[in-house]
Design a protein around this ligand. Sequence first.
Ligand SMILES: *[C@@H]1O[C@H](CO)[C@@H](O)[C@H](O)[C@H]1NC(C)=O
Ligand SMILES: *[C@@H]1O[C@H](CO)[C@@H](O)[C@H](O)[C@H]1NC(C)=O
Ligand SMILES: *[C@@H]1O[C@H](CO)[C@@H](O)[C@H](O)[C@H]1NC(C)=O
Ligand SMILES: *[C@@H]1O[C@H](CO)[C@@H](O)[C@H](O)[C@H]1NC(C)=O
Length: 401
Amino acid sequence: MGHKTLCFGFSCILFAYFIYSPVPENVEEPWKIIFLNAGIKMTSLLATLFENIGLMRYEEVFLTLESLEFTKPVSDENITVIDTNFSDIPVRLYLPKKKSEIQRPAIIFIHGGAFALGSCKKGAYDDLNRQTANKLNAVVVGIDYRLAPQHPFPAALEDCTFVVKYFLQDKVLAKYRVDAARICIAGDSSGGALATTVTQQLQNDPKLKDRIKAQALIYPGLQSVDSSLPSHREYKHGPILFREMTVKLASLYLTEDNVLPQAALRNEHMPTESRHLFKFVNWSYFLPEKYKNNHVYTEPILGKLNASYPALMDSRLSPLLASDSQLQSLPLTYILTCEHDPLRDDGLIYISRLRNVGVQVSHDHIEEGVHGAMSFTRAPMFLHLGFKIRNKYIAWLEENL
Ligand SMILES: *[C@@H]1O[C@H](CO)[C@@H](O)[C@H](O)[C@H]1NC(C)=O
Ligand SMILES: *[C@@H]1O[C@H](CO)[C@@H](O)[C@H](O)[C@H]1NC(C)=O
Ligand SMILES: *[C@@H]1O[C@H](CO)[C@@H](O)[C@H](O)[C@H]1NC(C)=O
Ligand SMILES: *[C@@H]1O[C@H](CO)[C@@H](O)[C@H](O)[C@H]1NC(C)=O
């Protein structure tokens, strides 16, 4: 029997095994979610195997599969699509062809992928940004920021901040006929974290204050301080995002040392001097009663890690660590959360914190939602839920930007 047959047989057995992972009762299209889930868990297992035998790094296995979904910049009857660089950072631009008297709004979109994966060239993001440009007659900028672990914290953030600042220059706005008063920063998952941080930084920079009209955050992950929020506990095994994979990938943004993800899985990764920060992410204080759901609050355990990662205490990694005074001048905010998402509570906590200081927040909560659904809008694996989330985001922008 050839290697390929053996591999195929082995994969089938694994797939069959993972098919038995349960999914929440109220999800739509449960069979598709079960298949996706099994596919992701199998990929993760094979990636671990490949990494252990030195064939390929863990995240490279995911990246290789993802690259099959990359698209070329294809213009259509309504939108001109071009890949270019802002200075030396690659961006994909969506420019409406329709002549219009008035200037256009603009959306800068930051893709997700745990800081280690993803690209604005992925089919689902290409569709999303194209449709946003089409529906709003808007200029959309997708950023291909540098990824971990080759480019650790704060490389991704620096790239995104740079692109936004570059775009905000008068001459660039004029070139693309953008209305400076109608600009939104948006992102999903870890891209939501980057969008949040960029917005916080601009708003607290006297030279750039009030240049952003809105931020739109889709199932954002917003902190690496407490890895035991109720949603982390409830959706430890997924669907879609499961704990080992998320923690392993996200840790690469700080280090390739496996000690950090191991400690983070036990919620023992924070340094001794970080206790004063817990109040910013205290779910027992900020979560609505319904989501506390009989969970008992326990503080992260401190000082167990010998290695020191100052970034863990940095609000540029965990934007939930920003103080109230840094939050209060933030622009109009849209946050979409999904019920069956380990990152659900990050979004819910941010909503509480923003509303407490008077920031105007629109919140869509999808009861049957799962993390990352908007990334599945292309055959063969499209989720009705993905289209639903995309439409909600675009509808909000149409009304508010
Ligand atoms: C172009 O815009 C028209 C009018 O909004 C729409 O009907 C059509 O589907 C769009 N084409 C593409 C390729 O999206
Ligand atoms: C854009 O920048 C990247 C590196 O940052 C470089 O590899 C690429 O060739 C540049 N592309 C263009 C069109 O200048
Ligand atoms: C978290 O909030 C609860 C109240 O809901 C409080 O009793 C506890 O002291 C807080 N812990 C920290 C570390 O802020
Ligand atoms: C941390 O350092 C101490 C003393 O150097 C050592 O005894 C301990 O085993 C280390 N712990 C870990 C988890 O590496």
